[in-house]
Design a protein around this ligand. Sequence first.
Ligand SMILES: N[C@@H](CCC(=O)N[C@@H](CS)C(=O)NCC(=O)O)C(=O)O
Length: 207
Amino acid sequence: MSLVFYTNPMSRGRIARWMLEETGAAYETRFLRYGPDMNAPDYAAINPMRKVPAIVHDGKVVTECAAICLYLADAFPQADLAPRLDDRAAYYRWMLFAAGPWEQASVNQSLGVTVPPEKAAMAGYGDFGRTLGVLMSAVPKAGYLLGEKFSAVDVYLGSQIGWGTQFGTIPKTPEIEAYLARIQSRRGYVRASEADNAAMAEFGPGN
Ligand SMILES: N[C@@H](CCC(=O)N[C@@H](CS)C(=O)NCC(=O)O)C(=O)O
């Protein structure tokens, strides 16, 4: 089995690394610096978007954080990070809500881009306030996004919730802080954060 992970320590690659750590699989990390490394032809052949993260698992390329989380959950079923096939309604719903509407809404909010009210029907997320309200309604008072069991949705949407509270797009309510404390105390999260924090000096932006 070969599993290679392309990332930068200050990037969405942190989500993929957390997921990799949750699977327990052995993997090799290749750090790419912003700029020349990500634009080099050998990496563009793996991800023509010239962005991180990407994984190559036994010759199969997966890009896009949400796809990487979904793929790894299925590729390593022993880690129990996805519900049974016949019980995946909420799993798909929240994973793709996070990758689509929430990702677009939060990036636009950070960039100061506002959808004019008369165009909200065209924007997949409608408007920021509506999307934030839906996200906040998904945060559980106890347990995890899908109920009692931690899953890949907690890695992906949970990471976005963590970043949102840091960047000020999501309010730090007691419920959200308690949820983040639950998921970020996991061994997989701690191991992934330690690895990326250690690589910051050498590969972080500006290097
Ligand atoms: N939709 C992609 C987004 C990936 C992305 O935007 N990565 C950024 C870092 S967070 C990147 O590689 N930027 C480098 C560049 O565009 O030059 C995903 O979810 O994986």
